[in-house]
Design a protein around this ligand. Structure first.
Ligand code: CA
Ligand code: CA
Length: 209
């Protein structure tokens, strides 16, 4: 699967999520921290993914990878400040292996705005490049978002001006990460919220302070 094909798949997944109405937490918080268990990385055989003509995320043939540490999310912190929104992710291990890796975040807000964020890194660009996308139209927003991937500390940090989300009163997020070993024909992934291969639930609402 090419990078652009993976990006299209991610956009399709984002569109599916945008239709979902699951997850309507009501708690007030400017900072939300949540943990994810170790050893819950999954993988997908890319050939199977293409040949089986998957039309629904529920049909993807996931395989558990309890021994894979790379890309295993342990903890996520979402902050919603007066001017910026930040996301910090701790991994069990974050290495420059395979052809590329990525972080995929979906946001929704009180104004109805939806945003898909994709941070891609890989051979020749392990520092990574980030896109903030308005799902549906697929429009890429140039709103001053920045990122840092720290392979020594096993962390990823994302920082967004609140304008990226239309200055919302609150926002909710769902997050996952993945990496690819194309020679072996496999993609590995972990969502930040539970031990299942996929997560459709958003966090509770996180209000600006
Ligand atoms: Ca995990
Ligand atoms: Ca998980």
């Amino acid at each position: 699967m090419t990078r652009s094909a993976l990006r299209r798949a991610a956009l399709a997944a984002a569109a599916a999520v945008a239709l979902s109405t699951i997850g309507t937490g009501v708690a007030h918080a400017e900072r939300l921290a949540f943990t994810d268990r170790r050893g819950d990385v999954w993988s997908v055989d890319l050939d199977a993914l293409v040949e089986e003509e998957i039309t629904s995320p529920e049909d993807i043939p996931f395989e558990a990878e309890p021994k894979v540490k790379n890309g295993d999310i342990e903890r996520t912190v979402l902050r919603h400040g007066r001017r910026t929104v930040s996301v910090h992710v701790d991994f069990a291990e974050l290495r420059r292996v395979g052809e590329f890796r990525g972080d995929f975040l979906t946001f929704r807000t009180d104004t109805g705005a939806r945003r898909m964020v994709m941070l891609f890194a890989g051979q020749g660009l392990w520092r990574g490049g980030m896109e903030v996308i308005r799902p549906g139209a697929g429009e890429i927003l140039d709103c001053g978002a920045t990122h840092k991937i720290d392979y020594a500390e096993n962390t990823v940090d994302l920082r967004f001006p609140r304008a990226c989300f239309g200055e919302p009163r609150w926002l909710q997020m769902r997050a996952e990460s993945g990496w690819a070993r194309l020679e072996a024909g496999r993609v590995y992934g972990d969502n930040a919220h539970n031990r299942a291969p996929q997560n459709w639930q958003f966090t509770q609402r996180v209000f600006s302070n």
